[in-house]
Ligand binder design. Structure first.
Ligand SMILES: CC(C)(COP(=O)(O)OP(=O)(O)OC[C@H]1O[C@@H](n2cnc3c(N)ncnc32)[C@H](O)[C@@H]1OP(=O)(O)O)[C@@H](O)C(=O)NCCC(=O)NCCS
Length: 297
């Protein structure tokens, strides 16, 4: 008998998430299905390929506003959890799942489709193309001098405070940033580790808020610092979870905070915009290296 492709029902969620983890080469995680159930999992958008009773392919889409240049937001279908088991690849399962899902999205009035592609050749045939690049940044703190001091204050906070304060900052950022999409409460619960997603461990990060001169929270950064000493001298890297400011002032203030942390020699940031203005805010722009430029959205 051939593989049946359809959306799933609630008691198939556990097998579906296990198959999805398998497709991403991760072990099955106990409790993941229950975690997904705590927020609406939109089962009518969770597709599976069933070989008998076994889930051998997965795909899910969700609705989000997408910010366009100029500030308009359009309803968009975001694709995720796309997998086919190694034993069932190249038998047309992705094609059979994505085709009805895209048709449904169009019927709902979702005018764009977005995803982050694991591999370039997978999605072009379905109409997707590269829209935005990203890059990694590395700032050499010992060579860093800023051209001016940003205004505002910074404050280290615990995860609970970050969970309360950061979403509103992100929402303001999203409204003005082309390519940005919505984040729901579950995203923040996971990022702040207040409700971890089983199977997706996130390191415990420091959280720092930036306030403007009137005391309003206008930015945040989360980061971890390694413990690397050479010849009894600190050579640590602060690796950012993310750094978000509602404007250039807040963003600069947060970079300046990071560049003055004792023991930290390098600041590493991933998923940054390729036109990040930080280069132009330094006396020596070569203190900042941009590398691994690649397609992202
Ligand atoms: C990506 C993946 C889901 C594709 O599923 P699939 O069921 O094998 O895809 P299909 O059989 O429907 O393929 C449709 C076409 O795309 C091509 N294609 C699919 N995946 C491809 C890949 N990784 N590289 C190049 N071509 C690919 C197929 O060759 C096929 O072409 P054809 O119609 O000319 O024969 C599967 O390879 C997979 O699970 N990969 C690992 C996880 C992953 O990368 N997921 C995507 C996350 S964004």
């Amino acid at each position: 008998m051939g593989v049946e492709v359809r959306t799933i029902v609630d008691d198939e969620l556990e097998a579906w998430i296990a198959a999805c983890n398998n497709g991403f080469m991760r072990p099955a995680a106990e409790g993941a299905a229950d975690f997904l159930r705590t927020a609406e999992p939109h089962l009518d958008r969770c597709w599976a390929g069933f070989d008998g009773t076994s889930v051998v392919a997965t795909l899910r889409s969700f609705a989000t506003p997408l910010t366009l240049p100029g500030g308009a937001m359009v309803p968009t279908a975001a694709l995720t959890a796309v997998t086919a088991k190694p034993t069932h690849r190249r038998q047309g399962l992705l094609t059979r799942m994505i085709t009805p899902d895209l048709d449904n999205a169009a019927e709902r009035g979702e005018v764009a489709g977005i995803l982050i592609a694991a591999e370039w050749p997978i999605y072009g045939r379905f109409g997707y193309g590269n829209a935005a690049d990203h890059c990694q940044l590395k700032l050499d703190v010992s060579r860093t001098r800023f051209l001016r001091e940003a205004t505002g204050t910074v404050e280290m906070v615990d995860a609970g405070t970050a969970r309360r304060e950061c979403p509103a900052v992100y929402d303001r950022y999203q409204a003005a940033q082309p390519g940005a999409i919505e984040r729901n409460g579950r995203w923040w619960d996971i990022a702040t580790r207040l409700k971890p997603f089983p199977g997706f461990p996130i390191p415990e990060r420091f959280w720092v808020l930036c306030r403007d001169t009137r005391g309003k929270v206008v930015g945040y950064v989360s980061y971890v610092v390694d413990d690397h000493w050479v010849d009894r001298r600190p050579e640590n890297t602060a690796t950012l979870g993310e750094l978000v400011g509602v404007d250039e002032e807040a963003t600069l203030r947060l970079w300046q905070y990071l560049a003055q942390i004792d023991w930290v020699q390098t600041i590493a940031a991933s998923d940054r915009s390729v036109d990040d203005p930080l280069h132009w805010q330094l006396h020596d722009a070569r203190a900042l290296r941009a590398y691994e430029r690649s397609d992202f959205l």
